[in-house]
Design a protein around this ligand. Structure first.
Ligand code: SF4
Length: 397
């Protein structure tokens, strides 16, 4: 294992071994985007691929593109073919095989779109898919059917009809901007979208889902933070899966967002060979708190086509929550959820701490396995109440 994975220290991987130009331009997010690793030739210049990876890259071109920012690429341990960073962004041959339980649209989003690009699944909130592009592409992306633009299906967000729908549906109070990654937009474009949303009086709360702080922390400029600060209440959900992703640069970028008054939560995904152990998850959630980020959800990986090599049994996620609860700060514990396949929404999954629910009491076990009983409230007997009345009356005379 990479030596610092469980170490709470934040280290920099910039610019590492890349090019002479990189040393000068590393902090420029536009340079990072222009220099993404997105071809087999580029990848093989920098990494000795396994046969499974080479075949995976060759197959990926018509499904979900490969693209990795130099920043994120530098987190890869090039001597470790099982590196947890590598497994998230470098395609493997297994992606080409669809298990019988897998789906093209695992969360049933397409069937809950009243307007192309707007998913209205829950009563008071919507998911607004504003782009199909990301700084890097995750091999387990739940929206791989549209994200990256190389598959058969394309995201065709209809902006004006979407804004009109939001204006007309006064029950909607919460909009989540996602995609793709909304923070790939220019400050100006994002400002216009947020301003338009803020002009709708019943929209109380805006969220942005973004992996940019992890893939491209250089994008979190002071100017971006100043612009976002105008649109409160605004929350950002980031997406980190492994403690190595929380570098010095990422911690500083998250600090800039937090200083702009933006509450930050993390949504991670259970992934085989990446974060399927209590030790790695504990290091991740503790480091997130140091970055001022609340671990929010731990997702069971959706039933995405070609994801069986990355998915874990549900019981492993439950065991991880059990290994965290009581063993570290309560703020550090995410809610483990399964997105109900086909559009069921998020369903919380918890270890069972209830041993028995006999009438009048509940029997519980704590994180150390000790048993406790918690009784229901005892009704006050009428005679005792009468006595209390009489005592009160005697004191008023
Ligand atoms: S950043 Fe999010 S939307 Fe983009 S590829 Fe990763 S999981 Fe999918």
């Amino acid at each position: 294992m990479y030596p610092t994975d469980l170490d709470p220290a934040f280290i920099s991987h910039a610019p590492g071994y890349w090019s002479d130009e990189a040393t000068e331009k590393w902090d420029d997010h536009r340079w990072q985007l222009r220099n993404r690793v997105d071809s087999l030739a580029d990848l093989e210049l920098r990494l000795k691929l396994t046969d499974e990876e080479r075949a995976g890259v060759l197959l990926a071109g018509t499904k979900l593109a490969m693209s990795i920012t130099p920043h994120f690429f530098n987190l890869i341990d090039r001597d470790d073919p099982d590196c947890p960073i590598r497994r998230q962004v470098i395609p493997r041959i297994e992606e080409g095989w669809n298990a019988p339980e897998e789906l093209n649209d695992p969360c049933g989003e397409d069937s809950h779109m009243p307007v192309p690009g707007l998913v209205h699944r829950y009563p008071d909130r919507v998911l607004f898919l504003v782009t199909d592009r990301c700084a890097s592409y995750c091999r387990y992306c739940t929206r791989s059917r549209v994200v990256s633009g190389v598959g058969e299906q394309h995201l065709e967000t209809q902006w004006e009809p979407a804004f009109k729908y939001l204006e007309q549906h006064t029950e909607i109070r919460d909009v989540l901007l996602s995609g793709g990654d909304p923070l790939l937009f220019s400050d100006d474009r994002l400002d216009k979208i947020l301003t338009r949303l803020r002009a709708i009086p019943h929209l109380q709360f805006i969220r942005i889902g973004s992996r940019i702080p992890i893939f491209l922390p250089q994008r979190i400029t002071p100017e971006l933070c100043t612009m976002l600060n105008k649109h409160h209440p605004l929350f950002i959900s980031i997406h980190a899966n492994h403690p190595r992703e929380l570098t010095l640069e990422v911690r500083d970028a998250l600090g800039r967002l937090a200083d702009a008054g933006i509450p930050l939560g993390n949504q991670s995904v259970m992934l085989r060979g990446v974060n399927d152990s209590v030790d790695v998850q504990k290091a991740l959630v503790q480091k997130l708190l140091m970055c001022r980020v609340k671990p929010y959800y731990l997702y069971q990986c959706d039933l995405i086509n070609g994801s069986s090599h990355l998915r874990t049994p549900v019981a492993e996620g439950v065991a991880i929550i059990e290994g965290l609860r009581g063993h570290t700060t309560g703020y550090a514990i995410p809610q483990f959820v399964i997105d109900g396949p086909g559009g069921g929404g998020k369903i919380p999954i918890n270890p069972n701490y209830v041993v028995d629910t006999a009438s009048g009491k509940i029997t519980l076990r704590n994180f150390e396995g000790e048993i406790f009983e918690y009784p229901d409230p005892t009704p006050i007997p009428a005679a005792d109440l009468e006595l209390l009345h009489q005592e009160a009356l005697s004191r008023s005379v």
